[in-house]
Design a protein around this ligand. Structure first.
Ligand code: ADP
Ligand code: MG
Length: 544
């Protein structure tokens, strides 16, 4: 009875919400599984898309794990980790974002019965880490290098990787067409690391197949003044002048206060203003440039002046486009028109202004340094083009990764099945509980082929059993077998060119294991009540 009389110890502020122990862990795992259930159906070539709309009326249709996770606005603290790994997978390798979420959730799901049975999470974490290490070593061993091949061969291999990425997207129907385009674009920019050197321009209308690649830069015609119509719209090998200055008649009185004692002096000021602009324009013309672009406005006077001298001009060009023209044409953006030397002028084989759908486009092609490429995307609805752009982004990232790391593995769940088999086999050599945990990890990897089947309406159990049997062949010839998305059976993914860069899988397995371990290592969450100290009052005192 004495215990009841002891004063209660209050540690945290009133209103603090804590939950801890096994129950907390299980609830975190449940939350992660719920999140994975949202993206589950989007995996693979037969995956479904999600339509997400917010209260502002923005509608996004997407198949991309990272995009969906970002838009979901998840508030659960543990489940947020999954959003983070999807994002990091997106920025690190660009593809495999659904895969990473599914894997992490599956690792946790497999761990749940053990946690409920009282296994200490640290034991699970240790085994998961070992399994992850083994899996990655195995992927590296199985990966096939595309190094040392000729450019043509490399291009066709890369196109296959891009096609695999695109096959799960809305534009999957035209995957060969776009895969080729993406590979050409990536090869065009060479070793340049800046992704924005590949521009994607969206022009609603027309057919997907009307999309095209410009080996150079293309951008929408900028706002233009009267006189523009008289300018020539096509040049061969023009010199290009890039500016970051305004070519407008400026009222100098806006910038400075001028006091006049004699009204006749006013004319001299107006004249000076005209002289300033004419001098600038003269210098542009003298430079020999046939195309003048500026990031800032080019006014009506300048437009007419250039038109009279058969020069093309465009003002208010977006900075990104101007920089890409600079990189492609070999020119340098100038902030003054004084002393324009030949070296700062760029050039290209053909410059022309063309009609694309309802828009006019300025197109610079055949650029000497060729470090840029632009994909002009066509298609019906806005949401469609937006999703097409996201899909191309994935494909571009994949091709770049494959080009850099130059190893590929078989997709369609083949690599996942093979690692799963390997880990199960390895687990048998381990004594102790760890055997069970590594086995569970191996089982979790099967989620990828299983989900590919489920999403395509195949009998997953049937296909998985066939796959297990094939992969268990002692000769190892079954290793590249994965789900055949066309027939509902199994097929050699490698022979069918369902290829993925090894780095996608390595990164996905690494990130998913890390996330699962992170969630497993949390056994208590504390939610602080709204900080009251912000209002100047200290915590409530209960007479201590
Ligand atoms: P993620 O966001 O993870 O990239 P995707 O929806 O792009 O998800 O699906 C990728 C999965 O689909 C990979 O496991 C890949 O191997 C598989 N896949 C892609 N194309 C095919 C195909 N033609 N046949 C079988 N599997 C495929
Ligand atoms: Mg993908």
């Amino acid at each position: 009875m004495a215990a009841m009389l002891q004063p209660q110890i209050i540690l945290l502020k009133e209103g603090t919400d804590t939950s801890q122990g096994k129950a907390q862990l299980v609830s975190n795992i449940n939350a992660c599984t719920a999140v994975a259930d949202v993206v589950r159906t989007t995996l693979g070539p037969r995956g479904m898309d999600k339509l997400i709309h917010d209260d502002k009326g923005t509608v996004t249709i997407s198949n991309d794990g990272a995009t969906i996770m970002k838009l979901l606005d998840i508030v659960h603290p543990a489940a947020k980790i999954l959003v983070d790994i999807a994002k990091s997978q997106d920025s690190e390798v660009g593809d495999g974002t659904t895969t990473v979420v599914l894997l992490a959730a599956e690792f946790l799901k497999e761990a749940k019965p053990f946690v409920e049975d009282g296994v200490h999470p640290q034991n699970l974490i240790r085994s998961y880490r070992t399994a992850c290490y083994l899996a990655i070593e195995k992927i590296k061993e199985l990966a096939i290098s595309i190094e040392g091949k000729s450019l043509e061969e490399k291009k066709s291999l890369l196109a296959k990787c891009a096609a695999t990425t695109l096959s799960s997207k809305l534009i999957g129907g035209e995957k060969e067409f776009f895969a080729q385009m993406v590979v050409d674009a990536v090869i065009a920019i060479g070793n340049d690391d800046r992704l924005n050197m590949i521009g994607i321009k969206k022009v609603p209308g027309g057919n997907m197949r009307d999309s095209f690649l410009v080996n150079g830069v293309a951008f929408k015609k900028t706002f233009s003044y009267a006189g523009f119509e008289q300018q020539p719209k096509k040049f061969l090998n023009p010199k290009i002048l890039l500016l970051n200055i305004e070519l407008e008649l400026k009222s100098e009185k806006e910038n400075a206060e001028i006091r006049l004692s004699d009204p006749s002096q006013y004319q001299s000021i107006v004249d000076a203003e005209w002289n300033i602009i004419y001098e600038k324009l003269d210098k542009c013309v003298q430079s020999g440039a046939k195309v003048v672009l500026s990031r800032l406005a080019i006014g009506d006077l300048a437009t007419q002046y250039f038109a009279d001298r058969d020069i093309f001009c465009a003002g208010r060009v977006a900075e990104e486009d101007l920089l890409r023209v600079a990189a492609a044409s070999g020119g340098t953006v100038q902030t003054t028109v004084n002393n324009i030397i030949d070296e700062v002028l760029g050039t290209c084989e053909i410059f022309e202004e063309k009609q694309v759908g309802n828009e006019r486009f300025n197109i610079f092609s055949g650029c000497p340094s060729g470090r840029t490429a632009t994909i002009v995307l066509r298609g019906g609805a806005d949401q469609f083009i937006e999703e097409a752009e996201r899909s191309l982004h994935d494909a571009i990232m994949i091709v770049r990764r494959a080009l850099k790391n130059s190893t590929v593995v078989a997709g369609g769940g083949a690599i996942d099945m093979e690692i799963s088999r390997y880990l199960r086999q390895h687990a048998r050599t381990i004594a102790g509980k760890s055997q069970l945990f590594i086995n569970s990890y191996a089982k979790a990897l099967e989620v990828i082929p299983r989900q590919l089947c489920d999403n395509a309406g195949f009998d997953a159990t049937d296909v998985l059993n066939k796959l297990r049997q094939k992969h268990a062949l002692p000769s190892g010839e079954g290793a590249p077998f994965g789900v055949d998305i066309n027939t509902g059976g199994i097929a050699d993914s490698f022979a069918n060119f369902v290829w993925e860069p090894a780095v996608v899988k390595i990164n996905a397995i690494n990130a998913a294991t890390e996330a699962a371990c992170l969630v497993l290592s949390v056994d208590e969450t504390v939610k602080n009540p709204k900080s009251e100290s912000a209002q100047g009052s200290c915590c409530k005192c209960y007479g201590w």
